[in-house]
Ligand binder design. Structure first.
Ligand code: PEP
Ligand code: MN
Length: 258
């Protein structure tokens, strides 16, 4: 059995990969098996999906948590999912999800963040907080502080870019100065880049991932799917597990000089 994630002792880059959404049991298990073969140790899948407009696929819900349990048992991988409210937190904990993350729409809402932090009091689980959708570093720091105050010891930040009405090549503009400012203010906070939601397409993934490595980010969260074009959400930005390995091996890691 692999040792559990310790966000305070990360071997760079930490890689979290898996589909945007858990769709079916077969798709989840197939994704996890393929990623395990590529040496990935942390599996992500959205169980509850925050969609901008109604009538889109909104996630399979708690049923998918059973599939994540099977992933843990079958592959030894750790699992990660998004929680957006207290019900999600309790469900994810009940089913033994290893790592929780807070999405960009939730970290923008201090009431939701406080409720989640209260629900996590006394729970020893790594929690990753995506930047809020809007470019507000105080809100991002505030979300992390609420969890810190609730006693969460393993905390990390995820940079997924910021939404804008302006036209851009990115789905969410990186505005790298914001994660850099977060790191300046919280120097011990591990920071992971999510190039998938920054780019919104496959073409830019490599360059955004490399930029994150150049800036000394601690890891990457990248959406992968066995058949990306058929994904039920975020199809254009997902890559196959084999493409993920190609991308990761193309990255030049920053060498620290003493
Ligand atoms: C996701 O990770 O699939 C997701 C919904 O991300 P975000 O909260 O960054 O939009
Ligand atoms: Mn997604």
């Amino acid at each position: 059995m692999k040792s559990k994630l310790d966000l305070n002792k990360i071997e760079r880059p930490l890689v979290i990969a898996g589909p945007c959404s858990a769709e079916t049991e077969e798709q989840v298990l197939n994704s996890a098996r393929l990623l395990q073969k590529e040496g990935i140790q942390i599996f992500r899948a959205g169980i509850w999906k925050p969609r901008t407009r109604p009538n889109c696929f909104e996630g399979v819900g708690s049923e998918g948590l059973e599939w994540l349990k099977t992933v843990q048992k079958e592959t030894g991988m750790q699992t990660a999912t998004e929680v957006a409210n207290v019900k999600h937190v309790f469900e994810a904990l009940k089913y033994g999800v290893d790592i929780l993350w807070i999405g960009a729409r939730t970290s923008a809402n201090p009431f939701a963040m406080q409720e989640i932090a209260d629900a996590l009091k006394g729970v020893d689980i790594p929690v990753l907080v995506k930047n809020p959708v809007n470019p507000d570093v105080e809100l991002w720091i505030g979300a992390l502080e609420r969890l810190e105050k609730a006693g969460i010891k393993q905390l990390g930040a995820i940079h997924r870019g910021f939404s804008s009405y302006e036209h851009s090549i990115y789905r969410n503009i990186p505005q790298w100065q914001i994660p850099i400012e977060l790191k300046r203010r919280m120097p011990n906070m591990p920071i992971i880049c999510d190039p998938s939601h920054i780019c919104g397409n496959r073409v830019l993934l490599q360059s955004v991932s490399q930029k994150a490595m150049d800036l000394n980010f601690d890891g990457l969260m990248i959406e992968t799917h066995p058949t990306p074009d058929q994904a039920w959400s975020d199809a254009q930005q997902q890559i196959t597990p084999t493409q993920l390995t190609e991308l990761l091996s193309s990255l030049k890691l920053r060498v620290e000089h003493p």
